[in-house]
Each structure stands twice: as C-alpha cells, then as structure tokens.
Ligand binder design. Structure first.
Ligand SMILES: N[C@@H]1[C@@H](O)[C@H](O)[C@@H](COP(=O)(O)O)O[C@@H]1O
Length: 243
C-alpha cells in the first residue's frame, strides 16, 4: 500500500490525476473504474486541463462507474451519469458508447446487476479503480455491514449517507433511498485501486480504513488486503494519523 500525503484538495487532485494519466499513457485502451462525489471533481478538472493541452488521449479508454442512484435517469442533474458527462465525458475524446454507469431506471434489479457484472467481465476487468471514501467508511455505495463477497447489487442507503449527500439535492426527501453499486468483490478485483480522501470529516474513516480491523462494519478496511492500492489524502484527512 502506498500513501501519498497531499497538502490540500487541489494537490490531492493533481496527484490523483497524475496516477490516472500514467495509466492512460501506459495502456491507452485501459479500463478505468470511475467514481462520483465531491472528491473526484478536482481530479477530473485536472484531467480535462491536460487533455486540452494535448497531453492525454481517451479515445481507446473504457470507463465503468461504481454506482448510480436507483430511480434517477441520465437527464436528472443529480444522477451519476449526468455527473460524469458534465465533469469528464463531455470534455474529453472518450467514446461515450464505452462509458458505463449502472442504469438507475432499470426496473428488473437482478437483471440490471447481472448485466453490469457482465459489462465488467467483457471489458476484461478494471485496470485502475478510482474510489472516494464515505465518512462512514463506505466505498461505492457499499455501506457498513456490506457483504465482502458481493458484486453489483442494489443497496439501501444508510441515513448517514442520505444526510451526507443531501447537499446535492434541494430537499432531503429528494435523495434516493436506494442505489445500484458495484460490490466489494468487484472493487477488489480491480488490478490497481486509487483512493482519494479530502477533509477532516473523513479523518476517522481514513484512520480506520488504514489501521483498523478488517471488518464489514468499515467497508474500506478490506482495501488492506489488496496488493496494489494507493491512497492520496490531504493533510486534513490525515490529521488523525501518526505521519
Ligand atoms: N457513492 C458515493 C461514493 O462513491 C463517494 O466516494 C462517497 C464520498 O463522497 P464525497 O466525495 O462527496 O465525500 O459517497 C458517495 O455516496
């Protein structure tokens, strides 16, 4: 496990974008596992900037996102598909037909999950999975108590996640109660994992993820068992660590 200490959010974003760029340059047809939330916004901005300078080519890249709110379609501004389009895909030369986000409008849950697992398998697995960290230690939408062996599944969101994510919605009642998410098993199968963590509100989750017991009570703790994981965390997020 490699842990990079970043000064602040901007520094974290640049370091993370450097790692993703290296992956795209070394393997132009790579499969990127992508994440949403406030953590990766700066990383995507940096990638777009380097793309505009001519330093990056996404034309052969496939992307597979971690999760999507159940009930939200691509036109809904709070959907993760909309997020990915507006923060990254619309600004680089990625082939949109090779960008995958779970279908939030899928009615047949089991079928939707099975199809998403198949998409990951057909792509040949994920080369680099980007992850944010929930303040309760969740990754993707794998909430505390998540079964480690799961692949894509439908999740009941916890109150703390609904509370944390309400800032993106006009009313808390609008925050969906369920989501489709890649499971811990899918995440752990990625060849490399990059976790970005910013802010004091994540400090305890980060400490537990790195040094706490490996337990479904803190889903990110499973990352201790992955053989190629890099954390990029800013000083505030690392404030509870002895480094
Ligand atoms: N499902 C997402 C996660 O994929 C994200 O990593 C996490 C942290 O979000 P943020 O980066 O906004 O703190 O919570 C959300 O609920």
């Amino acid at each position: 496990m490699i842990i990079y200490k970043a000064k602040d959010y901007q520094d974290m974003s640049r370091k993370a974008a450097n790692i993703i760029s290296a992956q795209v340059i070394m393997k132009p047809n790579c499969v990127l596992g992508l994440a949403t939330g406030s953590s990766p916004i700066g990383t995507y901005e940096q990638l777009v900037e380097w793309y505009n300078k001519g330093d990056l080519d996404f034309s052969k890249v496939t992307s597979i996102n971690l999760d999507e709110y159940k009930g939200l379609g691509p036109d809904n501004e709070q959907s993760y598909r909309y997020f990915m389009d507006t923060h990254l895909f619309n600004h680089v030369n990625i082939n949109k037909s090779r960008t995958f986000v779970p279908d939030g409008l899928a009615q047949d849950t089991e079928k939707a999950c099975a199809e998403y697992n198949q998409i990951i398998a057909q792509a040949g697995g994920i080369d680099l999975q980007l992850l944010g960290l929930g303040s309760n230690g969740h990754i993707g939408f794998n909430e505390p108590g998540a079964v480690f062996e799961q692949e894509t599944h439908c999740v009941d969101l916890t109150e703390s996640t609904i509370e944390a994510n309400k800032r993106f919605f006009s009313r808390i009642e609008d925050v969906p109660r369920q989501a489709y998410s890649m499971g811990i098993k899918s995440i752990m199968q990625a060849k490399k994992i990059l976790v970005i963590v910013s802010g004091e509100s994540k400090a305890n989750a980060l400490k537990q993820a790195l040094h706490g017991p490996i337990t479904p009570a803190l889903p990110a703790s499973i990352l201790q068992l992955h053989n190629d994981v890099t954390f990029v965390a800013d000083e505030a997020a690392m404030s509870l660590l002895d480094v």
